[in-house]
Design a protein around this ligand. Structure first.
Ligand code: HEC
Length: 702
């Protein structure tokens, strides 16, 4: 696998030498740059609405005095029952959405009639290369086409009218461990897209493709390659000094998996980069310390050439999975009496950053959640964090319970900014996480490559501890004043990973929740004014549009994503089912949803515990580091992936080997682990899951 990665890197490096390619002319009909930049009032043309990604709509027919009359006008059942994370786009009366597994659908935005549906047929095995479900966050519109980037790395241009593929290009080799979950953005005839994968042998980049032909125009790598070879740009010559040892053999991470923001004022594209890979710096900077540039950073490049302009690293030498890939919003703020053109950012690390948009100069960083314990604060001059020595687990050799954890104080769920209130509406998480170094760690072949040991982070089979852990994992909608650097108001939630937000000129903020509500709050004071029971958790951000003088509010619902499939599910099991739908509301809407199917009651009935203490300990470690990312913390699954404590294969060692070793369920997303684990190791995992099932049966926690 590692050889495969190197071959892939060489191939991409070749591609990036071809920097001289010129792009076709920008679109002059259909959706144009000017339309995206000016965000026509009734339409929603790009992921974050306009280039500035403010997610603020000037529509105010629905407002704080009448939102109580908002009702469902139409809904569409989706055929992919996994996390839905997309923001729908609306142009010329048609609503375009992407769903899980990168499908695209077009609906009549007024009536909900399906106009067309496109399925890129993503191989389900690809699930093993994504931490957080087979999600897609949205499409892009440009000229007469719709663009989708698929989980397995293809960029596809579809005809807006028919949904037929016009061209399709690979953005990374088919055997790479990278994936795409983000929405493309389009600027002056160039489709911009990066990739995910900073947990899986990958080297981050942002690339530009010709919107007409799909030809690659430039590729900007975010981390250096093999230091013995020439780097693809001066910015990498500088970065290579911040790494040491064999870092490049694992890829380095720094993937550009979500935010890409174009700023017409500076002609720069700002993007956020992921964590460095592996998480534990002792296993990447193998010969000393270093900041690992340009991971966990905001980077700015020239929109035409992809040339480096500036960078700001928010979490130097990251070891906590503190991506800076979160949405970047551009605004003009008045700071100390002076108007400043800034980028605003609320990354995973818990501090809200303001930077000068043109130069990247640090302005301020203030906490938008509490508590934060990995750093005592941010240096007001340099912008560097004052890191808590205990948080450097690879140095102390001791586990550290970090706040925030890897889920992040804020992740990809979009925030919005209202120029009317001056507030930023951030979906925040409070999810402490245990980080323990694994000094003996070696790179594997399949799944996560973190360099830490997650075994100690398993929630024990103890009712009180479990309840306390559940209670400690929360979320909140935070309205943050970016100039004052203070929280203005806050709505607490019982679970983390609630939906993205939409702010409107009707003094409203809309947000869905993990526990299955879609709510409207007053934007100035955070008063709840309206709510709708969605039957399923909401991750995606709402959007709004207007047709024939009527305002609509749309949101994708469908629980899944990181909290359901990952370690978090162990403490929030079965709270929210996945019922994937697109819901559209307007004033006076009278629609209702078909009743949700009753949740199946299951009783644990495992075979008796077997295996030696050594086998059980080994099984616990292997499960925690390789399987829990999909099957849940301590083998308690969420709603999407099977709960292994209930698997029929638990009492059938041969079937267990066929599934886990040989991969007989690979076409359903469960790959073969034979390159990574021996049959004995796979049997040890079974012993561990049998033990876990027996513990929970005794506890009465089925
Ligand atoms: C990337 C996500 C992912 C990872 C990581 C993963 N699995 Fe799976 N697993 C799945 C999915 C999805 C299914 C359901 C397949 C189906 O529907 O047929 C599944 C099914 C299974 C089943 C069959 C369950 C049943 O319904 O009876 C077993 C057993 C299993 N996995 C064991 C493991 C073990 C052991 C590991 C770690 C070595 C692991 N899985 C890692 C996604 C994953």
């Amino acid at each position: 696998m590692r050889l495969r990665l190197l071959a892939a890197t060489a191939l991409l490096a070749l591609a990036s030498c071809n920097n001289s390619k010129t792009a076709s002319a920008p679109a002059t009909s259909g959706v144009t740059d000017a339309m995206i930049a000016n965000a026509a009032e009734g339409e929603w043309l790009s992921y974050g609405r306009d280039y500035a990604e403010q997610r603020f709509s000037t529509l105010k027919q629905v407002n704080d005095s009448n939102v109580g009359q908002l009702g469902l006008t139409w809904s569409a059942d989706l055929d992919t029952a996994r996390g839905q994370e997309a923001t729908p786009l609306m142009h010329d009366g048609v609503l375009y959405v992407s769903t899980a597994w990168s499908l695209v659908k077009a609906y009549d935005a007024k009536t909900g009639a399906l106009k067309w549906s496109y399925d890129p047929k993503v191989p389900r095995e690809k699930l093993v290369d994504v931490c957080c479900d087979a999600v897609n966050r949205g499409v892009a519109l440009y000229g007469d086409k719709v663009y989708v980037a698929t989980l397995d790395g293809r960029l596809v241009a579809l005809d807006q009218k028919s949904g037929k593929a016009v061209w399709e290009k690979r953005t990374f080799p088919a055997d790479s461990h990278m994936a795409i979950t983000g929405a493309p953005r389009i600027v002056k005839g160039k489709v911009l897209i990066g990739s995910a994968g900073s947990e899986y042998f990958s080297r981050g980049y942002l690339a530009a493709f010709d919107a007409q032909t799909g030809n690659e125009l430039w590729r900007f790598f975010t981390v250096p390659g093999d230091p013995s070879k020439p780097q693809e740009g001066k910015h990498l010559d500088a970065a290579v000094k911040t790494w040491s040892g064999d870092f490049w053999k694992l890829g380095g991470g720094g993937n550009v998996w979500d935010s890409i923001t174009y700023d017409p004022v500076t002609n720069l594209v700002y993007f956020g980069t992921a964590n460095a890979e592996p998480w534990n710096p002792a296993h990447r900077n193998t010969k000393g310390e270093g900041d690992s540039l340009y991971t966990a950073s905001i980077v700015a490049v020239n929109a035409d050439t992809g040339e480096y302009a500036w960078h700001f690293q928010e979490t130097p030498e990251d070891r906590w999975d503190f991506d800076s890939a979160q949405q970047i919003t551009v605004a003009d703020l008045t700071i100390g009496g002076q108007k400043q053109h800034v980028v605003m950012h609320a990354p995973k690390n818990g501090f809200f950053y303001l930077l000068d948009a043109k130069t990247g100069k640090f302005i301020s960083a203030k906490p938008f959640v509490e508590p934060i314990n990995w750093a005592s604060g941010i240096d007001p001059v340099t912008g560097r964090p004052n890191v808590n020595p205990d948080a450097r687990y690879e140095v102390t050799g001791k586990p550290f319970v970090g706040m925030p954890g890897a889920i992040g104080a804020h992740s990809w769920t979009p925030m919005s900014y209202s120029p009317l209130t001056g507030l930023v509406y951030i979906p925040t998480n409070n999810t402490p996480q245990l980080y323990a170094p694994d000094p003996d760690w070696k790179p594997g072949t399949t799944g996560f490559q973190l360099g830490i040991d997650s075994t100690l982070g398993n929630v024990p089979a103890d009712k009180k501890v479990r309840q306390a852990t559940r209670a400690a994992m929360t979320g909140a909608l935070v309205a943050f004043d970016p100039v004052a650097g203070k929280v203005k108001w806050k709505v607490p939630y019982p679970m983390p990973t609630n939906g993205g937000t939409l702010a409107t000129a009707g003094n409203l903020v809309f947000q869905g929740t993990a526990t299955g509500e879609f709510n409207a709050y007053s934007a100035d004071a955070g008063k709840k004014l309206w709510g709708f029971a969605t039957q399923s958790g909401v991750l995606a951000a709402p959007m709004t549009y207007s047709i024939d003088g009527e305002q609509y509010v749309a949101v994708m619902v469908g629980w899944g994503g990181v909290w359901d499939v990952s370690g978090g599910s162990g403490v929030s099991s079965k709270i929210t089912p996945n019922i994937s739908r697109l819901l559209v509301f307007k004033l006076g809407g009278k629609g209702t949803l078909a009743a949700a199917p009753p949740s199946a009651k299951r009783v644990l009935d495992p075979p008796p515990v077997s295996g030696t203490p050594e086998q059980l300990a080994l099984g616990a470690k292997l499960y925690s580091n390789s399987c829990s990312v999909c099957h849940g913390n301590a083998a308690i699954a969420g709603s999407l992936n099977p709960d292994l404590r209930h698997s029929v294969a638990l009492g059938n060692p041969k079937l267990w080997q066929q599934i886990v070793h040989d991969g007989i369920l690979k076409d359903n997303g469960m790959v073969a682990w034979k390159d990574q684990f021996s049959p004995d190791q796979i049997e040890a995992i079974r012993f561990y899951v049998v033990k876990r099932a027996n513990e929970d049966k005794a506890l009465g926690d089925h």
